[in-house]
Design a protein. Structure first.
Lengths: 286, 314, 280
């Protein structure tokens, strides 16, 4: 019996070791294959020769435009969800349902619907704004959950004191909660933006092209280049030697960008676990 | 909107405009409700649009949409059985491959004595989740496919791409999700019952199988549901490695051939060129929308399954 | 604070949308794509014209984006078929010939060295219909034939079925699918026993793939300039830019450039055939 117990324990440790080994090799391969071609000129130069030479300047800028517009649209929506959650108890369950539902829609369906709405029905052609709006829909649930959890984690004495001081619901919202929500907001925003920066499926049909777009000059018919789409297209000619180097570098670059964006989250994650403070209840992992 | 008797709680002030002569609804409140309402309305209309537009295909194809593998858009025939099977098989397989790794790995992690090491590994695995799916697809093409082709060509694998490849790739992608959820549950249960178990003289293994696993089952199952939903909805990574072969069923050649070789899933069908081709072909478009609707229902289904299971737990 | 932010965002969007878009959107075939991309690079530096190119979806996407007005030019590597005209009955397409090319049946060099050198059209048909499944029946090694079919929306695919099936019905058979020329070439190199339809120019530029000759009436016809221009090679095809509306200035500049010596040199650089003055 004891032998079995020890065997099982060792077995679990072996599995863990394999998992860690997998994770480490994943990142190592990216770094080893991607580092050589990842230099300043790669980042700063525009693409040349259909991706076989040059850099990814406009892909980075395009991705940035997409996630920035996603942030701009998602912020008021997430704040509104949080406000309604806090101040209108009757709405709580339906709101959570809507958020969970939005969160579980597969990204390709969002992309398909976005294509029908923006490119076909509204006749926007391929537009960066359409991409931003769709990414905003993807970002909103996760951001809302961060905000809601942020509020829940506050000790009840805060709101009790505020109420006893005679502050109205709105005053409480703007003067008490919103300042306290800045930290969860930023953490959640960057985490979600990091995820959005890597998404390909939503922008596949409505916002991204492979060549030619630089900075948009309007809304309709103004696509952008983006890193994930670049990698997607380039990976289909993966056996061309020049393309291969650039592929690895683009992949490494996009992982680095996502990690940089999500760094605040990991920082707080590390500290939170060390201090042992309350775990977020509504954990939305993807 | 005169929903006056809306709720009998103390906060029944949502829609009262005037009360005691004071204007009760503030701008913030109005705007928040407006924004939330707008977003909800859009989501709802999108869903209704999906149902409405796909009903045409459903009526035209009827049950054969679900029961035949006959997707030939040029002949206007849309039997999507192979697609459904592809999605479900890859998702289930990826769960099968991933579950032991995440379960036992999380348990080993929980029992690590060094806090620092534990946090580092947890962070590392969570980092895996940050890798975009395109990059996983790339790794699939460049590393996984050749490796699998070498290993399995003896068993009949032809191109290295296929359902098995997709399943393995998906299992790597959902691993962090399952891992962190299960770790959380194990951690809670350990904290709660560790002392009692120790005092009873239970080994860690016995502790796991008699206490942690049974009590943590709701959380584990809900993590599986989440993983399934994620795997079923993943597009880009699967698109690049699955081979995109329509209408193949395990009946023609057996399960081994089916798994080792190319196939198609709902997401890879939707991620392909048929979306562009279907423009101005209402039948084709309707069939694609029906596919999308089924996918959404599957995802929402697993998501609500998750919610109900997790309500069962603490 | 909220309201002010939203207001300024709204103003910003209004301002942005009032500016007209200054670039030409081109969508379509991955065969024509490289030519247009190269021309666009040159025009951008010389004439400061913005051209945006995308090849997701191939020739079919080229036509559908013209119809949905998502693009101003479509690129196609085939003729506009009756089916296309029926489907887009409300759109009037104008084709502009910029070069010609042919579709070749391509295998990996390894397979070629193992004895597979040519096919007849009827053998092609049998491979497509999965009646021949092993290369040994065609003089090659004992290896399963893996037909990497171009997606049915691709110009290359339509040229192929037209040559093999003529006006007859194309059977609906599912094969592994590849999308762009890039993907087809990559996959055929790395799939043992693979065969695919690929642009001749692309095949000739890569030593890892080999073009199969077509044996027609006993004669072996390889796709070279003579056989393509004389249409002896059945899978010859023209490369077009397609428009659906009167051309704007930018589009005229692009076309003029492509018709010019410099433009046609680009066409040849990529391995395609230039437009002869008397074939228009």
């Amino acid at each position: 019996m004891a032998l079995l117990a020890v065997l099982f324990h060792r077995f679990c440790q072996l599995i863990l070791f394999l998992t860690v080994f997998l994770a480490l090799s994943l990142f190592s391969i990216l770094i080893i294959r991607g580092m050589p071609s990842l230099n300043l000129s790669f980042i700063m130069d525009p693409m040349a020769n259909a991706g076989l030479s040059g850099g990814v300047r406009y892909q980075i800028l395009g991705s940035l435009m997409l996630i920035l517009s996603a942030a701009i649209f998602a912020t008021p929506v997430a704040l509104s969800f949080c406000y309604c959650f806090q101040n209108i108890p009757q709405f709580r369950k339906p709101l959570i349902t809507v958020l969970y539902a939005l969160n579980s829609v597969p990204s390709i369906v969002l992309g398909f619907l976005a294509f029908l709405l923006f490119a076909v029905y509204l006749n926007w052609g391929k537009s960066w704004l359409a991409g931003g709006l769709i990414l905003a829909i993807m970002v909103t649930p996760s951001l809302s959950f961060f905000l809601i959890d942020g509020l829940r984690a506050l000790p009840s004495t805060y709101s009790e004191t505020a109420k006893s001081l005679g502050l109205s619901a709105d005053d409480r919202w703007w003067k008490l909660y919103v300042p306290l929500l800045v930290k969860p907001y930023l953490t959640g925003l960057f985490l979600s933006l990091g995820r959005a920066a890597g998404e390909t499926a939503p922008i596949l049909f409505v916002a991204s092209v492979f060549y030619g777009a630089t900075l948009p000059s309007g809304i309709k018919d103004n696509p952008v280049l983006s890193l994930p789409y670049h990698i997607f297209q380039l990976s289909q000619e993966a056996y061309q030697p020049e393309a291969l180097d650039r592929l690895w570098s683009s992949a490494l670059l996009i992982v680095l960008i996502v990690l940089v964006l999500q760094a605040p989250y990991y920082y707080f994650f590390w500290n939170r676990n060390r201090k042992g403070s309350k775990h977020a209840k509504l954990k939305l992992t993807r | 909107m005169a929903i006056s008797g809306f709720a009998k709680t103390q906060n029944s002030e949502i829609f009262y405009l005037f009360r005691d002569g004071r204007f009760k609804v503030s701008a913030t409140r109005l705007m928040s409700i407006a924004i939330v309402g707008f977003v909800t309305l859009i989501s709802l209309s999108a869903f209704i649009f999906l149902i409405w537009k796909s009903s045409d295909a459903l009526m035209r194809e009827g049950l054969s949409f679900f029961s035949t593998a006959n997707w030939h858009f040029r002949d206007h025939s849309y039997g999507a059985l192979a697609l459904f099977l592809g999605t479900v098989v890859t998702a289930v397989f990826s769960l099968l491959i991933c579950a032991p790794f995440s379960l036992f790995g999380a348990w080993a992690l929980q029992n690590l004595r060094s806090e620092k090491l534990r946090l580092s590994i947890e962070a590392l695995v969570t980092l895996m989740a940050s890798v975009p799916s395109v990059v996983y697809g790339l790794l699939g093409i460049l590393l996984l496919r050749p490796a699998l082709l070498q290993t399995f060509s003896f068993y009949g694998m032809e191109t290295g791409g296929g359902l098995l490849t997709a399943s393995i790739l998906l299992s790597i992608m959902i691993l962090p999700t399952l891992f962190s959820l299960q770790l959380e549950s194990f951690s809670k249960l350990s904290k709660k019952y560790q002392e009692q178990a120790l005092s009873l003289g239970l080994s860690r293994t016995k502790f796991f199988w008699s206490i942690v696993f049974p009590l943590g089952l709701p959380a584990i199952l809900s993590s599986f549901a989440l993983g399934f939903g994620r795997a079923a909805g993943e597009t880009v990574a699967v698109f690049l490695v699955i081979g995109r072969l329509d209408n193949k069923l395990p009946t023609e050649g057996g399960w081994i051939d089916y798994l080792l070789n190319a196939g198609q899933s709902i997401t890879t069908k939707l991620g392909g060129p048929e979306i562009f081709i279907s423009y101005q072909s209402p039948q084709h478009e309707s069939a694609l929308l029906l596919l999308a609707l089924c996918l959404v229902l599957m995802s929402i289904g697993t998501s609500s399954l998750l919610l109900t299971i997790s309500k069962g737990k603490v | 604070m909220f309201i002010r932010a939203l207001f300024s965002l709204g103003m910003g969007i209004l301002v942005l949308s009032s500016q007209a878009e200054a670039s030409i959107k081109i969508q379509g075939s991955s065969t024509v794509g490289p030519i247009v991309v190269k021309a666009a690079e040159i025009l951008k530096s010389n004439k400061d014209i913005d051209i945006v190119v995308d090849t997701f979806g191939g020739s079919a996407a080229g036509l559908s984006s013209l119809a949905s007005e998502t693009a101003q030019f479509g690129m196609i590597s085939k003729e506009i078929s009756e089916e296309d005209k029926k489907k887009y009955s409300n759109v009037h397409f104008t084709t502009h010939l910029i070069g010609s090319d042919a579709v070749a049946m391509v295998i990996s060099k390894k397979l070629y060295d193992q004895g597979v050198k040519s096919l007849s059209l009827s053998q092609l048909k049998e491979i497509y219909e999965k009646k021949i499944t092993n290369w040994k029946k065609l003089g090659g090694p004992d290896q399963k034939i893996i037909f990497l079919n171009k997606e049915p929306g691709r110009g290359t695919w339509e040229v192929f079925v037209k040559a093999v099936y003529g006006q007859g019905n194309v059977p609906s058979i599912s094969h592994l699918e590849v999308g762009s020329n890039e993907e087809a070439k990559s996959k055929v190199i790395n799939t043992p026993g693979g065969i695919t339809q690929l642009s001749v120019a692309w095949a000739q530029k890569d030593p890892r793939v080999k073009v199969l000759g077509l044996s027609i009436d006993g004669k072996l016809i390889l796709p070279d300039e003579h056989s393509i221009r004389s249409k002896k090679y059945p899978m010859a095809r023209n490369l077009y830019l397609v428009s659906s509306k009167p051309l704007n200035d930018g589009q005229k500049i692009l076309l003029d450039f492509l018709y010019s010596e410099a433009g046609q040199n680009i066409v040849e650089d990529y391995g395609y055939l230039r437009v002869r003055q008397n074939t228009k």
